[in-house]
Design a binder for this molecule. Structure first.
Ligand SMILES: [Zn+2]
Ligand SMILES: [Zn+2]
Length: 349
């Protein structure tokens, strides 16, 4: 299972949402067959918002699996995150082998008229399907679904994903040059400069993209991002004064190392890593417009490992975007002070 990186692919209409596809924001599409649990915020009781509906990489011809992440768009978002996974095992009709149309073998000097003639022949030559064959070829039944009722929702956005395995390997081997400002560059920041604009990175049963491989420690908020600094050489950039070029020699972590403490062993039996959501999502979904909003740098999402039909609870760990919030507050304070000074001057005149 490879890592895939997901980007915003533009806004959607609510009427475009479908249970077969992934989207960010918007509302949850759910199978009519199953009751969805109450998804209210534990802190304020408001309806939690759908942050993402993602068709899991585990999905196949015989399994439709979706991961939903909900949260309350508020400063207490951490206590409201809910992860649900939905599975529908699909009975795939057997491929019909009783009727076979032999493809013509092309002669080297074939002309167009001849080709059209052959196509016409192929169509008329195909025998009418026998009744049992017809039945076997019925397309898969579409899943009957409903869109979850919510008064408000985040603007729905389409997603496109692409494979990122080689870039991720390079990243973990340190074969990247990263331009960051300051010494406080963190693992997630470096990751996000490599995947500019990425809203999430999905890797089924791979590691969450945090330096901390021990899930128990992750849940305790020990992200240990500073370890990333260990193998670095700083070189001064020629032009920009405050920007340094980091020749990263590679962190001491292999891409698939897993912690084998007792907690992690049990955790991995119950849950499986699905994806990591990044703060870019906040800007895409315009979540920062409310006075108090979720300010995460990353949310590491784990679905239930259970593949049986139905809806199962997963879990998630969030890393706050503390620094950015602090910076933003500082800027706002400065702006306010400037304005006040201006107003004072104006009133003095
Ligand atoms: Zn709330
Ligand atoms: Zn562990």
């Amino acid at each position: 299972m490879q890592y895939r990186v997901g980007y915003d692919n533009g806004p959607l209409k609510l009427s475009d949402l479908h249970i077969d596809f992934s989207h960010m924001g918007g509302k949850m599409c759910y199978d009519l067959q199953y009751e969805i649990p109450d998804i209210k915020c534990q802190v304020c009781g408001r309806n939690s918002m759908c942050l993402i509906q993602y068709v899991s990489q585990k999905s196949s011809d015989s399994l439709h699996r979706i991961v939903y992440v909900f949260l309350c768009n508020s400063a207490h978002y951490r206590d409201s995150i809910r992860v649900l996974t939905y599975n529908k095992n699909i009975i795939v009709p057997e491929k019909d082998t009783s009727v076979s149309i032999t493809a013509p073998t092309w002669e080297e000097d074939i002309d167009m008229n001849n080709l059209l003639g052959m196509t016409a022949q192929m169509q008329t030559a195909a025998p009418a399907p026998a009744p049992n064959v017809f039945k076997q070829n019925t397309p898969l039944d579409p899943i009957e679904f409903k869109v979850r009722k919510q008064n408000t929702c985040l603007e729905p956005h389409d997603i496109f994903t692409e494979n990122t395995e080689s870039k991720m390997n390079d990243f973990f081997q340190g074969a990247v040059d990263v331009i960051m400002d300051g010494e406080n560059t963190k693992f997630t920041d470096v990751l996000l400069t490599q995947f500019n604009g990425a809203c999430f990175i999905a890797g089924y049963d791979r590691n969450p993209l945090s330096f901390q491989k021990c899930i128990s420690k992750l849940f305790k908020g020990q992200f240990e991002e500073d370890k990333y600094k260990l193998n670095r050489n700083f070189e001064e950039a020629e032009e920009a004064e405050e920007i340094e070029v980091i020749n990263d020699n590679g962190p001491d972590v292999s891409i698939d190392d897993k912690c084998d403490c007792k907690f992690c062993k049990e955790f991995h039996q119950k849950y499986v890593h699905e994806m990591d959501l990044f703060s870019t999502m906040i800007w895409v979904l315009k979540m920062d417009q409310s006075e108090e909003s979720a300010e995460f740098k990353a949310i590491y999402v784990f679905g239930s490992r259970n593949l049986e039909n139905g809806i199962h609870e997963g879990c998630a760990v969030a890393m706050d975007d503390d620094e950015d919030v602090k910076e933003l507050l500082k800027e706002l304070k400065k702006k306010k002070e400037k304005e006040e000074a201006k107003n004072q001057k104006a009133s003095e005149i």
